[in-house]
Design a protein around this ligand. Sequence first.
Ligand SMILES: Nc1ncnc2c1ncn2[C@@H]1O[C@H](COP(=O)(O)OP(=O)(O)OP(=O)(O)O)[C@@H](O)[C@H]1O
Ligand SMILES: CC(C)(CO)[C@@H](O)C(=O)NCCC(=O)O
Length: 306
Amino acid sequence: MYNQMNYYKIPREEWRDLYQKYQVSLSTEELGRIRSVNDRISLADVQDIYQPLVHLLGIHLESRRKLMKKQAEFLGIAPHKVPFILGIAGSVAVGKSTTARLLQTLLSTVYPEKNVQLITTDGFLFPNKELKRRQIMQKKGFPESYDMARLLTFTNDVKNGLPAKAPVYSHKVYDILPNKFEIVDNPDILIVEGINVLQLPSNQQLYVSDFFDFSIYVDAKEDLIRDWYLERFETLLDTAFLDPTNYYYPYAIGDRLRAVSMARQVWKTINSPNLREYILPTRNRADLILHKTQNHLVNELFLRKY
Ligand SMILES: Nc1ncnc2c1ncn2[C@@H]1O[C@H](COP(=O)(O)OP(=O)(O)OP(=O)(O)O)[C@@H](O)[C@H]1O
Ligand SMILES: CC(C)(CO)[C@@H](O)C(=O)NCCC(=O)O
């Protein structure tokens, strides 16, 4: 373990051994659930990286619960449930949603009595129509393309125990789906995943992360992330092939090399500048940085000291 500013830098081999004695072996059924999140997830990573992480999250959950109880006693009010919110940040295509779904599965396995819900901030993008009206269609994912006020209200409602509705974005349609919502109601744990969760909205006084009890930044070298983006793009083409309503259909039936070169261009002109200018600068706000290398394997972790 090394000291690095306000983080402990922990190599994989050390992290793996930290909580060894608490590790539980997963049943075939549990492994099946993990496989259904993404069948390429390394089971060595599940055991060596994500299981200790769930243990650490358990420590935070418990201390948060105790603090809330003591604070209620101090105020002389009845203790009430305050959902624990876990934020997951990082670049487009770095693997936030895969990490989020994996943690949802593991947390639900370790704490079967807890209701663990998950949303992505993609749903808080303005619809394409509004992006066009504002002439920022080429800035999808940049801070100005999100309705951050709505995301803040949503997070505030969840913390206050109110049912909250999150709009839904579809990669397949490349737009917000009209009249479709995810309802978050009475969770014990809510995972909020998105490129912007550690950003400060320009015209607001609050960070979304003010509502977080723990935050994770998923990190990797940009060249690798770009490759993962391009690989995912090709997978999207493979599924879009038979569906003319799919946004990617024209690319799927056209020349493959041209389609991939178009995706490279999107990376270069949209997702890469967004990463460098707006996402990467939020990394140092995270409580934990998960650093990935080839094949999404985690090689080191940075845990905030205080
Ligand atoms: N742990 C992992 N093991 C193997 N493959 C992974 C892992 N995490 C992510 N991937 C793959 O990397 C690609 C990007 O992952 P994912 O869609 O989860 O990223 P994301 O950060 O949520 O992207 P976006 O911001 O665009 O929604 C996908 O093709 C996914 O299958
Ligand atoms: C929806 C976002 C912004 C974030 O997940 C991203 O996946 C995206 O669509 N970016 C716009 C450029 C592109 O098509 O990749």
